[in-house]
Design a protein around this ligand. Structure first.
Ligand code: HQG
Length: 181
């Protein structure tokens, strides 16, 4: 399968597994899982020839490992990034002392006032390394990297979760825990 086709399928999976399952006529269970068989069948008109092996390839080779199967590979879900309500059931985890968030200059005033909010997603997305944060920010313009004092937040009672693909998630980051450049 060529790179272009893989990317098209991956983008489509992000859309239906994170944001608009109803657009394909599938449903997600409370933890965000949907049945592989039904998904493949419903994708076939748009992606002729698609089968479970195609999905295996996309799940395995997606650059951010955005999707995962359950144990017996009958169900699939997005590992993070949802705007629909899901309970991802990741266990609260001790974060590193510092996490990073990449954003852009035009949001800084609002972030100074309100902190980091989840906006349309399910949680605020943070990363362990600066490079990832820089990439996330640069999707929208000139990236600005914010440092988040995650260890201190945790000691103050905030919960952190790490998704199956290594993204750190939390409900909100009040401005006092953010170090601005
Ligand atoms: C900003 C992609 C104003 C925030 C990425 C961000 C990531 C505020 C935007 C994942 C704000 C939300 C998530 C406030 C936060 N006022 N703006 N108080 N608080 N913001 O896309 O973190 O490719 O929902 O800085 O790589 O950019 O989809 O979040 O700029 O991992 O897998 O509001 O999405 O992954 O944007 O990106 P997003 P994000 P995927």
């Amino acid at each position: 399968m060529n790179e272009h086709q893989t990317q098209k399928i991956s983008k489509f999976l992000s859309l239906v597994l994170r944001h608009q399952p109803e657009s394909l006529g599938i449903t997600l269970d409370p933890q965000g899982w949907t049945e592989v068989k039904a998904l493949v069948a419903k994708m076939r008109p748009k992606f002729p020839g698609i089968d479970k092996a195609t999905l295996d390839y996309v799940v395995e080779n997606n650059n951010k490992k955005r999707f995962s199967y359950n144990k017996d590979q009958t169900m699939i879900r997005a590992s993070q990034g949802h705007s629909v309500t899901v309970e991802l059931d990741y266990a609260p985890t001790l974060p590193p002392e510092t996490l990073y968030h990449g954003t852009v200059p035009q949001f800084l005033d609002a972030i100074r006032t309100d902190g980091l909010l989840k906006m349309s997603r399910h949680q605020v997305h943070l990363s362990r390394d600066i490079d990832t944060a820089a990439n996330v920010g640069s999707r929208r313009g000139e990236a600005v990297i914010l440092k988040v004092r995650a260890g201190e937040m945790h000691r103050d009672g905030f919960d952190f979760f790490v998704s199956e693909n290594g993204v750190w998630l939390t409900e909100t980051v009040p401005p006092g825990y953010i170090i601005f450049p």
